[in-house]
Design a protein around this ligand. Structure first.
Ligand code: ZN
Length: 145
């Protein structure tokens, strides 16, 4: 049983691949949020050997959890209310990703106009292919960066 600790309202992200918690911390923009965050690294896991866990105390709506589906859809998202797990969310590939990955095409408008949002859309759900919304360049980075 997962120890929710002092969390009253928020999310616990469980089964994060060991070592990936800081990437997720930044991708979820937790550094910009004014809320309490606890990161547990290299926790023992029967299923995975080692894993990372992130606990965030905040109103649930403030987090963009869609992005987690892009990073790693094996992460378990536990929604906490009144100190209890009220929901386990399943992650799916998001239809659109905003300002997480960058287009590498040097002729893309986002390379010229730096203030534009970096938007990618899910072009092929079966192959998990994302393309830039502006120039349709395929995203070639690995999702598990
Ligand atoms: Zn582009």
């Amino acid at each position: 049983m997962l120890n929710v600790g002092q969390l009253n309202e928020g999310v616990v992200l469980d089964h994060i691949k060991a070592g990936k918690s800081m990437t997720i911390y930044h991708d979820l923009k937790l550094d910009k949020l004014d809320c309490c965050v606890a990161i547990i690294k290299n926790a023992r896991s029967a299923k995975m050997g080692r894993k990372d866990i992130i606990k965030v105390e905040c109103p649930i709506d403030t987090l963009n959890l869609d992005i987690l589906g892009f990073i790693d859809h094996n992460i378990t998202v536990n929604i906490i209310k009144d100190g209890k797990i009220v929901e386990k969310k399943e992650l799916h590939l998001p239809k659109e990703i905003k300002n997480v990955i960058r287009c590498k095409n040097p002729r893309c408008i986002t390379s010229v106009e730096q203030e534009l949002d970096q938007i990618f859309f899910l072009a092929d759900p079966a192959k998990e292919v994302y393309r830039c919304k502006y120039c349709e360049e395929k995203y070639r980075g690995s999702r598990n960066k």
